[in-house]
Unconditional design. Structure first.
Length: 435
């Protein structure tokens, strides 16, 4: 694996700003508000031809009264434990604080190699960082993340301290799974169950996950990246410019970049308008998906319970009849292994290619069964068909006049293709073009 560098420190010292600058992303939420970053966030960076992974962490503040800080501290401890090097961020403008001493003591106890970074040193003229020697972490290294001052020298120092070992780009070939849904549907609990450890913070309070958190893991010899996302509430319920609004944007971006979307629904509640909007966005993005009916362990059941649920889903999700659904319990682990199998199935279906000969046989049989529509005496003729892409499967029909194509006939042809080839769990795209 690539070397891992953990960025730690008290809240609001510029850790996320540095993380975003170095990785060339805007993955971490940056806002002038302590405690914005709660979960660990991973992203790759490159300097002088060498690649490494940066980990942004929640702020260490041992005496904080925030209910989340004990869990954030545990998350930071795990980040440092798995890192090759730690960067302790402090704030030049604030000077050395009691929280900095706590963080430095925490880092010394870890035994990890560390660099003491003095951030927000926006003017190097007359700069005096001698007070920071009191943290007993070696020579303070002044930078300005926001303005990029001295960050190149810091990266040079980081490379000098990193272990010499191979750089594995396993992430590039890993299947990306976005776990999405409304707040408190059990997304983070499901992620933790799949990873078999507390990788993300789980709480009964809706909105705990504020970032889209990527985690690389292996399952049955195959690499995956699972993306835990913030709960997506109705747009009118989220104030623009708030931390929550950024988290929702990250959730939608996670859907755009994933290979498979897992839509987590609370089985104890009826499908809401927001659930359907999220499902519709997944469909619009052409992503294969699995509907995970969570909290199945607490549902009162009888002989017809699952049948009633299936009927409701079929009615509500009529616009994506291809969906694959599974009842699970993130709390007990019920059918979570089956969920991983189903994720592989829908991705394989989305990656399928149909030979041109078979595809044209399917289309010709469909046309022979039900003639194409006509308009003002002119009938649509399908000359031939070809597959032009995968993920999602995409098909082009060469026709005599694309203006004669009606969406209902395209839906009929889609159903004919699906009857012949298993494309369950994935949307397919069909476009008609003039010859």
């Amino acid at each position: 694996m690539k070397p891992i560098i953990a960025i730690i420190g008290r809240p609001n010292v510029g850790k996320s700003t540095f993380f975003n600058k170095m990785t060339g992303t805007r993955i971490a939420i940056v806002q002038d508000e302590p405690g914005v970053t709660r979960d660990r966030i991973y992203a790759d960076a490159e300097w002088r031809g060498r690649r490494f992974t940066l980990v942004d962490t929640g702020g260490i503040e041992l005496k904080s009264g925030d209910a989340f800080f004990p869990k954030m501290l545990k998350s930071t401890e795990e980040a440092v434990r798995g890192a090759d090097l730690a960067l302790l961020f402090t704030d030049y403008k604030d000077g050395v604080t009691a929280a900095d001493f706590d963080a430095a003591q925490f880092l010394r106890k870890s035994g990890k190699p560390a660099i003491l970074v003095v951030n927000k040193a926006d003017n190097f003229a007359g700069l005096d960082v001698s007070d920071f020697y009191a943290l007993n972490l070696g020579e303070p290294f002044p930078i300005s993340s926001e303005h990029g001052l001295n960050t190149g020298d810091l990266l040079d120092k980081i490379l000098d301290m990193l272990p010499e070992r191979g750089f594995d780009d396993a992430e590039s070939g890993a299947l990306k799974i976005a776990v999405v849904g409304k707040p408190n549907a059990g997304k983070s609990s499901l992620v933790n169950r799949i990873l078999k450890k507390d990788r993300v913070i789980v709480s009964e309070i809706p909105g705990t996950t504020r970032d889209a958190v990527d985690t690389l893991f292996s399952y049955n010899g195959k690499d995956y990246v699972i993306i835990d996302t913030a709960g997506i509430r109705r747009k009118r319920s989220v104030d623009e410019g708030t931390v929550e609004s950024y988290g929702v944007l990250r959730a939608f971006e996670a859907i755009r970049r994933c290979d498979v979307a897992v839509l987590v629904l609370d089985a104890g509640e009826p499908l809401s308008e927001q659930d359907l909007k999220i499902a519709g966005f997944i469909d619009e993005q052409g992503k294969p998906s699995v509907i995970a009916l969570n909290k199945w362990d607490i549902i009162e059941k009888d002989t017809f319970t699952i049948e009633r649920y299936n009927q409701t889903l079929e009615a509500d999700l009529a616009f994506m009849k291809y969906y694959k659904a599974l009842t699970i319990s993130a709390l007990t682990g019920q059918r979570t292994e089956k969920l991983m199998e189903l994720i592989d199935v829908v991705h394989a279906n989305a990656s399928k290619r149909v030979t041109t000969g078979l595809l044209n046989d399917i289309i010709n049989n469909a046309v022979a069964t039900t003639e194409p529509p006509s308009f003002k005496g002119r009938r649509l003729k399908i000359l031939y068909a070809s597959q032009t892409g995968v993920c999602p499967p995409a098909f082009v029909l060469k026709v005599n006049d694309s203006g004669l194509v009606h969406f209902s006939y395209l839906r009929y042809l889609e159903n004919s293709i699906r009857a012949a080839v298993d494309f369950s769990g994935t949307p397919i795209k069909i476009v008609a073009r003039n010859d």
